[in-house]
Structures are given as structure tokens and as C-alpha cells.
Design a protein around this ligand. Structure first.
Ligand code: IPE
Ligand code: IPE
Ligand code: MG
Length: 239
């Protein structure tokens, strides 16, 4: 239903990436602990994923924890790991039940071993799925991703090309994100998908992530659809 309404004449991006920022401020405003914001954020993340797939999006990458976020207080990190321990498997089963493949991207070896195990299990259960994917970025940093990819090439004794380097990133084989959404009022990429975002349309929302609704996602997609993507060419050349 919602699908038809928005799809009329709207270009749906194949791959959307979301920087889910503002959980802490959202909770603080409600005099609640940051962990409450993260819980609400996780629920919103699942809702948005389901809606995006309903709209015809094929890949969704969500930034859940950056390499730099590992410097946060231990209690906050433990709270985030507990969310994964308690809810991740059932949430992912729900979203991935319609043929979606899950990948955890980032240096997940930095996570507690039992959390790594949960992620691996979800990845395994969905590895036969093709054509639709979720990348959940955990302990992810784009610079570290590029260094890792470069070192793989060096160890193989290969010179890289733009294509081969892209293939060595965690997102290898997937289309680049056409639309990157950041909630939470900040206007920066915070070390997210630096290579893959070369031609992404960037959409910034003042809303804190737990308050970013399905309608807000549709608004972002409609905005995306109105952009002229020139990839260096002139308007005349595009005709
Ligand atoms: C984003 O929300 C989620 C994570 C980084 C884990 P924040 O936790 O950064 O929320 P703010 O920016 O402090 O409001
Ligand atoms: C970016 O948010 C990382 C995630 C959303 C996971 P941050 O809140 O960590 O970003 P900065 O520190 O404000 O740039
Ligand atoms: Mg933040």
C-alpha cells in the first residue's frame, strides 16, 4: 500500500546507508538513560529496514558502532552488547525471513566473543540468500577498512585498480550506496563508507534516530529521487 503511494514516479535507491545518530540526546531529552535511547534506536532500525525492503530497496547498511565509539564508557558499550545478546537474533530473523542476507561489517574481533558468535550465527543462517542484504557496521571505520583491503592486496602481491579495491572492501560485490542518511543534526560522515560514498547523495535530518519515522525515510527517498545525478557530466550530456 505505502509502496504504491511513494513509488509513483519515485526512483528507489538500490542501496541506502544510514548513520543512526542521536540515540543519547533523544533519551536525555526524556530524562532517560542513554541505554534507553539505544534500545529505542534498535527497534527503529528494524522498523526502517522492513519498510525500506517493502519499498523495493535491495541493500541497507546501518552504522551501529564505529571504531571510535569503542572509546565510550564501558557501561555504555556493555549496554549495547546486551542489546545484541537479548534481541539481535529474533529481530534479524524477522527482517531476514524475506530472503535477506546479513553481514556484520567492521573489525568484529574487537567485540566480546559471545557477541561475535551471535553475529556469526545470523550470518550463517542467511548466507544462502541473494539479491537483498543488510550490512550492520560494528567496530567499523572506513579508514581501517581501506587499510585492511590494501593489505590484502599487498599480501597477494597485487597492484590495485579502483574496481579491485572496491571488491576487497566489506561491501565487495554490492552496489555503492546511492543515498546516505544521517540523523541527529550533525553534518559529517564520521569515518563511514568513505570509498563507497564517492557519488552518494547525502541527506541530513535534524531528527534524533529513535524519532526518525517510516514517513521520514520516504521523505528522504523522494528527495533522493529529485536529485540530478551527473557523475561529472553536463545536463546536456545526460539527455
Ligand atoms: C548513535 O547515537 C548510536 C551510537 C553511536 C552507538 P549516539 O549514542 O551517538 O547519540 P548522541 O549523538 O550521543 O545523541
Ligand atoms: C557516528 O555517530 C557513529 C554511529 C552512528 C554508529 P557518533 O555519534 O559516534 O559520531 P560523532 O562522534 O558525533 O562524529
Ligand atoms: Mg552521536
Amino acid at each position: 500500500m505505502a509502496r504504491n503511494k511513494i513509488i509513483q514516479g519515485t526512483k528507489i535507491p538500490q542501496h541506502i546507508a544510514i548513520i543512526m545518530d542521536g540515540n543519547g540526546r533523544w533519551a536525555k531529552k526524556r530524562l532517560m538513560p542513554r541505554s534507553f535511547g539505544h534500545k529505542q534506536g534498535m527497534e527503529r532500525m528494524i522498523g526502517l529496514m522492513e519498510h525500506a525492503f517493502d519499498l523495493g530497496v535491495k541493500y541497507i547498511t546501518v552504522y551501529a558502532l564505529s571504531t571510535e565509539n569503542l572509546q565510550r564508557p564501558k557501561e555504555e558499550l556493555e549496554g549495547l552488547y546486551n542489546l545484541i545478546r537479548n534481541h539481535f537474533t529474533s529481530y534479524m530473523e524477522r527482517v531476514c525471513s524475506k530472503g535477506v542476507r546479513l553481514k556484520a561489517i567492521g573489525d568484529t574481533t574487537l567485540l566480546p566473543p559471545d557477541v561475535q558468535e551471535i553475529l556469526r550465527n545470523s550470518e550463517k543462517k542467511t548466507e544462502g540468500n541473494e539479491g537483498k542484504g543488510i550490512n550492520i557496521a560494528l567496530c567499523y571505520g572506513a579508514r581501517a577498512e581501506l587499510v585492511r583491503a590494501t593489505n590484502i592486496a599487498v599480501e597477494r602481491g597485487e597492484k590495485v585498480t579502483e574496481e579491485s579495491l572496491a571488491g576487497l572492501l566489506y561491501t565487495g560485490g554490492q552496489p555503492d550506496p546511492e543515498l546516505i542518511i544521517r540523523t541527529g543534526k550533525e553534518v559529517r560522515l564520521s569515518n563511514f563508507l568513505l570509498y563507497q560514498s564517492a557519488y552518494s547523495e547525502l541527506y541530513f535530518s535534524d531528527k534524533m534516530f529513535p524519532a526518525f519515522t517510516d514517513k521520514d525515510l520516504e521523505k528522504a527517498i523522494v528527495w533522493f529521487s529529485s536529485r540530478t545525478r551527473r557523475f561529472g557530466k553536463t545536463d546536456e550530456q545526460l539527455k
